[in-house]
Design a protein around this ligand. Structure first.
Ligand SMILES: [Zn+2]
Length: 402
């Protein structure tokens, strides 16, 4: 833009673009609030494109926000010297499916991007008028009571941690630190927990490598033919698939709870290894089930601990990368917790039978029993003196007449 005393603010003619910046600029601050460009007369002094009279170039060049308002359009054709962006590519790939950023971007950058894209849409240059479909704002990490930042000097350098524990451990630790939308406190010692988990998964492979290596044929497991102990592991795998895919996608970025679910499955696999006699004998069916459980564990953990999972995957004889695989789908028939029939007595007489989850706590069972309509009828206006709970069997409610 050129400032002319007669014509006001006048744009430079299109054929005179681009306006090249001078190279001999003194960037030392001078305290007058003017741009360093204002110290270069050869740049500032020009002629008015409208009247031809003497005029001055504007010395406030474009803010970085101008660039951040449309960089995502440019990313698709970064070497195109003829156009700022390629509309056909932009219309094919954009708008952005998922934007992840700090809340500090919410007011300026994200709003400017919308203005710029709406303008380009009005000009017929892009086919959409919103740049981002979805926004996720992550929380901040605190350490020693303050937001982690370079200026506070409390930033953790990940490189020594990666050198000590490996990149997968550091990834697991940071994803496990808490719900990603919330602020969290950094804890140097909690890194050990993530490291133990990585090693536990590795040993599931390493201690059984003779039944895992070069076993790249995936087999479908028929759950109908499994006994209770094997079904327990099969069920745990299905529940984990459902939890992890739900936490990461349906519920959105809940990596911390996804990792908990994977830790639980790992524990379940250790129980199987330690307690299942058929597996200890290396019975074919048990081995097959264990192998499928490990395959599913790896597929679900791979986005979180890629090096570990790819390494074991390859050692299991898979010729292609684990990242070319889709996430597994749960066998939905086995997602519900196992239930049993709980007998409910009032003063020692059976008054109702209800379905209870196998691992429900005493408190939960008592709550269930008291909420039952039939039971309520028999309690009537009486006073509950005592509730006796025998998990796996019955609840007896002792009632005194009102
Ligand atoms: Zn003029």
């Amino acid at each position: 833009m050129v400032h002319c005393r007669k014509c006001g603010v006048v744009p430079v003619r299109e054929e005179d673009l681009p306006v090249l910046l001078p190279e001999n600029v003194d960037f030392h601050p001078r305290g007058d609030g003017k741009s360093p460009l204002a110290t270069v007369p050869g740049f500032v002094e020009t002629i008015c494109p409208a009247c031809g009279g003497p005029a001055e170039r504007d010395t406030d060049t474009m803010d970085t926000f101008v660039d951040s308002s449309w960089y995502f359009l440019r990313y698709l054709s970064p070497r195109d010297s003829a156009r700022p962006f390629d509309s056909s590519l932009v219309n094919a790939w954009l708008p952005v499916d998922q934007y992840v950023g700090g809340i500090e971007h919410a007011i300026l950058h994200l709003m400017y991007s919308r203005f710029v894209v709406k303008f380009l849409h009005d000009e017929g240059l892009v086919s959409f008028d919103e740049p981002f479909r979805n926004l996720f704002t992550q929380g901040m990490i605190h350490r020693n009571g303050a937001k982690m930042s370079k200026s506070k000097g409390n930033v953790v350098n990940p490189v020594p941690l990666i050198d000590t524990y490996g990149a997968d451990t550091v990834r697991i630790y940071t994803l496990f630190i808490g719900p990603p939308e919330k602020d969290a406190e950094w804890n140097d010692r909690a890194m050990e927990g993530a490291y133990r988990f990585v090693n536990r998964v590795w040993r599931l492979y390493a201690h059984h490598r003779e039944i895992l290596e070069a076993q790249n044929t995936e087999e479908s497991i028929d759950p109908e033919g499994l006994d209770q102990d094997h079904l327990k592991l099969y069920r745990a795998v299905q529940v984990t698939i459902e939890r992890v895919t739900g936490d990461i996608f349906a519920r959105g970025f809940q990596f911390n709870t996804a990792i908990s679910a994977l830790m639980e499955l790992t524990n379940e696999m250790y129980l199987f290894v330690e307690q299942n006699e058929a597996f200890k004998r290396r019975d074919a069916g048990s081995v097959r089930l264990f192998r499928e459980a490990l395959r599913n564990l790896l597929l679900l953990l791979a986005p979180i601990a890629p090096h570990l999972c790819e390494e074991i995957w390859e050692r299991m004889g898979h010729g292609t990368t684990i990242f070319a695989r889709k996430l597994p789908k749960a066998d939905t028939r086995f997602l519900k917790a196992e239930t049993y029939t709980l007998v409910v007595q009032v003063n020692g007489k059976i008054r109702s039978r209800i379905e209870a989850e196998k691992d429900a706590t005493k408190e939960k069972l008592s709550e269930l029993a008291l909420a039952d309509d039939k039971v309520q009828k028999f309690i009537g206006s009486g006073k509950i003196a005592k509730v006796i709970v025998i998990p796996g069997s019955l609840v007896n409610i002792v009632v005194k007449p009102a």
